[in-house]
Design a protein around this ligand. Structure first.
Ligand SMILES: [Zn+2]
Length: 383
């Protein structure tokens, strides 16, 4: 074996210890030792907790867990769109030839039940009148004499408030429930910060303090706006009225309140004759955009980008209520604006860039196909 045993080292050709060149050493006093640092400044390594000490022996490997069966796939969370509606709104009967007919709601409901995304609609019944009395809210904005008048006409079998504003035997009840539906809509949007739609009749934006007019009985949008201001965290409410007619009633009720803004796009001249651009409210909180008969999408789009959106953004409301009338459609028999149903979806998309807290509430719209297609386009833009 030619290996070297440990003893062979002693035989290696090394210098005897005594002949080894002495290592240069300095006397202790001359040692270039580092200056002594106080303990607190010592650059010593931080002490590791025992559990992190690298000197611990390796733990034995954990036994392999048995493989769990895969979890079942859950459906992707689907956001439901609330619609507040009651068949009671069909009980406001206006006669065989009146454009503001129960068939309007029936057409909208039918359309919404047949769209491919109908399973994403959450139909809600408004709070019953026995559970919440809307009269205190209505009395804030309509005189007691007028409210009693509507109630009496209904109780006596029906009649007219003016040439085209009908009160049928069950109109009073329907109108009260409509107010509840709008209040529910406010609650829903404030709670979810998502859009909702109130499908109610009779409409409201022409009704003034002392009387209903223009198919309208109680001022739903204005009542809802004031109700919202009583809710926690709500300081300002904006109303956008895209019904083809100016919402004279809504404007009259809110224009002296600095915490409510009102913006209306409407045909001018047209019923009811109000809504000039010079009507700006006591606090510049009103924006009226009169549009000539024959106006179409490009006119509306320009108004949206240059006036409506900046106005609403500047106001910074905590809730946006849309008086959603659809009688600016080209097919509508009561006006001469040339919008198409899908245009309302585009307007809705633009509103949603400002806030998701939008409450839509039905006002006018009298061509049943255009009306129902427009409501579908509005809601689809929210999904
Ligand atoms: Zn209208």
């Amino acid at each position: 074996m030619g290996g070297i045993s440990i003893n062979d080292f002693s035989q290696s050709p090394s210098l005897p210890v005594s002949q080894s060149p002495p290592a240069p050493s300095l006397p202790v006093s001359q040692s270039p030792s580092l200056p002594l640092l106080p303990v607190s400044q010592s650059p010593s390594l931080p002490l590791l907790p025992v559990s992190q000490s690298p000197s611990l022996p390796l733990l034995p490997p954990l036994p392999l867990l048995p493989l769990l069966p895969p979890l079942p796939l859950l459906p992707v969370s689907v956001i439901m769109f609330p619609i507040i509606y009651s068949d009671t709104f069909l009980d406001h009967e206006t006669g065989s030839f009146h454009p503001e007919s129960p068939q309007r709601l029936e057409a909208i409901v039918k359309a919404l039940k047949t769209v491919s995304w109908s399973d994403r609609l959450q139909w809600q019944h408004p709070t019953n009148l026995s559970e919440r009395d809307p009269l205190p809210h209505i009395k804030n904005h309509h005189t007691n004499d007028y409210i009693k008048r509507v109630e009496a006409i209904a109780a006596n079998g029906g009649g007219f408030l003016d040439g085209d504003t009908v009160v049928s035997p069950r109109s009073y009840e329907a109108a009260l429930l409509a107010v509840n539906a709008w209040l529910d809509g406010v609650d829903t949007v404030l709670e979810t910060h998502k859009p909702a739609f109130v499908l109610s009749r009779p409409p409201g934006h022409h009704a003034v303090e002392k009387t209903g007019m223009g198919f309208c009985l109680f001022s739903n949008a204005a009542i809802a706006a004031h109700y919202a201001l009583q809710c926690t965290g709500v300081k300002r409410v904006a109303i956008l009225d895209w019904d083809v007619h100016h919402g004279n009633g809504t404007q009259a009720i809110v224009e002296n309140n600095p915490n409510i803004a009102y913006c209306s796009l409407h045909q001018f001249p047209a019923y009811p004759g109000t809504g000039r651009a010079s009507e700006t409210g006591k606090y510049n909180n009103v924006l009226n955009i009169p549009l000539e008969p024959g106006s179409h999408f490009k006119n509306y789009q320009l108004a949206f980008s240059e006036q409506v959106i900046p106005f609403l953004e500047g106001f910074q409301g905590d809730l946006l209520i849309v008086s959603a009338g659809y009688d600016a459609n080209q097919a509508d028999p009561l006006a001469s604006i040339k919008l198409h149903p899908n245009d309302y979806g585009l307007f809705t998309q633009q509103l949603l860039t400002i806030t998701s807290g939008v409450l839509f509430g039905l006002e006018g719209g009298y061509d049943l196909s255009a009306l129902s297609e427009s409501v579908v386009a509005t809601i689809q833009a929210c999904l």
